[in-house]
Design a binder for this molecule. Structure first.
Ligand code: 5GP
Ligand code: MN
Length: 316
């Protein structure tokens, strides 16, 4: 297959690799970045993994997580990998720290909105996750051992919401099944991700759920800086809170607003099969996938809510 041999040649012919992913990295970012890095390590290549934001606490116990840095590298790289990243803006501040001009960029992603900014672009919007794509790409290049398999499984498991979201396809199970045969223990991974919560995070969820408003076909919730502060928490811990709106019968779209510093509101959107929230996110300058998307705007929570309410009828 063309893409596999292209990637194999790129890896074999070069020595040093920079690997980055989007702001607020998720399980798919971290899983795919580290899986690629462990493969490069087996081939005795040099790599540097650098994201703008830290590894979410949920993933801190995964193999070799220490390789994921938040500080700029020194030196130059032969090849730059961007994983799970729809466009250059989603990389945040890291692009200030690294020279991209005339660089060989490999862009591997599953976002339908990917802007094809690489020298080589391997974009598969029908794949659940970048990790699912990467399994097929890495297999002919290095041995997928148990550590690599766990990391790829982490990416698949988190991006599919534990195989619940509509991006879960037969190939997702085929790849996952192979990872399990290599030695991944699905319930042990699930325990690490989902059953080691901090009590304050669960209390924060309670505060956020109390803001839930149910409208015609959609729900809206929000989290303020004050709620985060009172629970000694941070925005990274609100990941997947948005899903709770969708658990209600008849609700097609769930909206979660997150108050950030300097008057910025981050909005997460989730939808059930058949309703496209990517369209709504793109309208507000963001993007994502059909059933999980997001954007950032300036404004007050109540004003952003009314702007969304004005537009949301078009997709429901
Ligand atoms: P989340 O709500 O978990 O932050 O993001 C859900 C999905 O939407 C992810 O696939 C993410 O990449 C995408 N997304 C979230 N925020 C933005 C944004 O501001 N811009 C773009 N282009 N995509 C976003
Ligand atoms: Mn992803």
């Amino acid at each position: 297959m063309g893409e596999r041999s292209t990637l194999k040649n790129i890896i074999l012919k070069n020595r040093s690799f920079f690997i980055s992913s989007h702001i607020s990295p998720d399980g798919d970012s971290i899983g795919s970045q580290l899986a690629l890095a462990l493969c490069l390590e087996k081939l005795k290549k040099n790599f540097y993994i650098y994201n703008q934001d830290p590894v979410p606490w949920r993933f801190e116990n995964f193999p070799d997580i220490k390789w994921v840095k938040n500080s700029a590298p020194s030196g130059d790289f032969d090849v730059i990998f961007f994983l799970d990243t729809a466009n250059i803006r989603r990389l945040g501040t890291i692009i200030k720290d690294i020279e991209l001009k005339d660089k060989f960029i490999v862009n591997i992603d599953h976002h339908i909105s990917n802007e094809l900014f690489g020298t080589v672009n391997i974009i598969k919007p029908d794949y659940s996750s970048t990790s699912e794509i990467l399994y097929e790409l890495l297999k002919p290049i290095c041995e997928i051992d148990k550590d690599i398999a766990q990391l790829l499984y982490l990416g698949i498991c988190t991006d599919t919401g534990s195989f619940k979201y509509p991006n879960t396809r037969a190939n997702t199970f085929d790849v996952s099944s192979k990872l399990v045969k290599i030695g991944v223990d699905p319930s042990a991974i699930a325990s690490r991700i989902w059953f080691e919560d901090r009590p304050n995070r669960v209390r924060l969820l309670g505060d956020v759920l109390r803001t839930l408003e149910i409208h015609n076909g959609y729900t809206i919730m929000y989290v303020t800086r004050k709620m985060l502060h009172q629970n000694d928490s941070n925005e990274a811990e609100t990941e997947e809170f948005c899903d709770y709106g969708l658990t209600i019968k008849g609700v097609k779209v769930s909206v979660l607003l997150k108050e950030r510093d300097k008057g910025i509101i981050k909005v997460s959107l989730r939808s059930k099969k058949g309703t496209d929230v990517n369209q709504l996110a793109v309208y507000f300058g963001g993007g994502g996938h059909k059933n999980a998307a997001g954007f950032e705007v300036e404004g007050k929570i109540e004003d952003v809510i009314s702007k969304i309410q004005h537009k949301i009828g078009e997709i429901i």
